[in-house]
Design a protein around this ligand. Structure first.
Ligand code: ADP
Ligand code: MG
Length: 151
């Protein structure tokens, strides 16, 4: 588990960008935190590592797909009534792709998260600094995020 203090929105973008690079831009990142914590800001930082400049929130669409290489899929579980809605839009197929998947509000779909993943929890709100806790789950992520990855 690694913990960061993130003072500004631009620091959060930089953290997302660095984390995406450490994951080799492939895998699964589960984002936790209340409304306004900064999950979408972090996701925009991840997208920046793919050269994507404009990220809209997938709150009303469940998923935003970016035609990058590898592909980037940005999910938001906030408005789902349950995980079945994810599977109804082909979630299992998304998981099988060589892609990076971001899941905002991952706590709402705990059973739909792959066992191997990076958990990113953001605490704080408003203009306050944020505490970001990164917990790698599974060997690939543990190796990439062993102590002090110099983010
Ligand atoms: P979420 O997706 O978690 O609901 P957003 O990323 O949409 O939250 O919003 C976070 C808000 O907090 C943005 O308006 C952003 O400008 C603001 N903010 C202020 N300080 C920070 C910080 N240190 N890190 C991230 N966002 C911050
Ligand atoms: Mg959001």
């Amino acid at each position: 588990m690694i913990r960061y203090t993130v003072k500004t929105e631009s620091d959060m973008l930089a953290l997302g960008e660095r984390v995406a690079a450490l994951c080799s831009r492939c895998g699964f990142i589960a984002l936790y935190g209340d409304l306004g914590a900064g999950k979408t800001v972090f996701a925009r930082g991840v997208a920046r590592a793919f050269g994507v400049r404009h990220v809209s929130s997938p709150t009303f669409t469940i998923v935003c797909e970016y035609p990058t290489d590898p592909k980037l899929y940005h999910f938001d579980a906030y408005r789902l009534s349950d995980a079945d809605e994810l599977y109804a839009i082909g979630y299992s197929d998304y998981l099988r792709e060589d892609a990076l998947i971001l899941m905002e509000w991952a706590n709402l779909v705990p059973d739909a998260l792959p066992k191997d993943r990076l958990d990113v929890t953001i605490e704080g709100s408003g203009l306050d600094e944020r505490t970001v806790t990164i917990t790698p789950r599974g060997m690939k992520y543990e190796e990439a995020f062993h102590e002090d990855p110099c983010i």
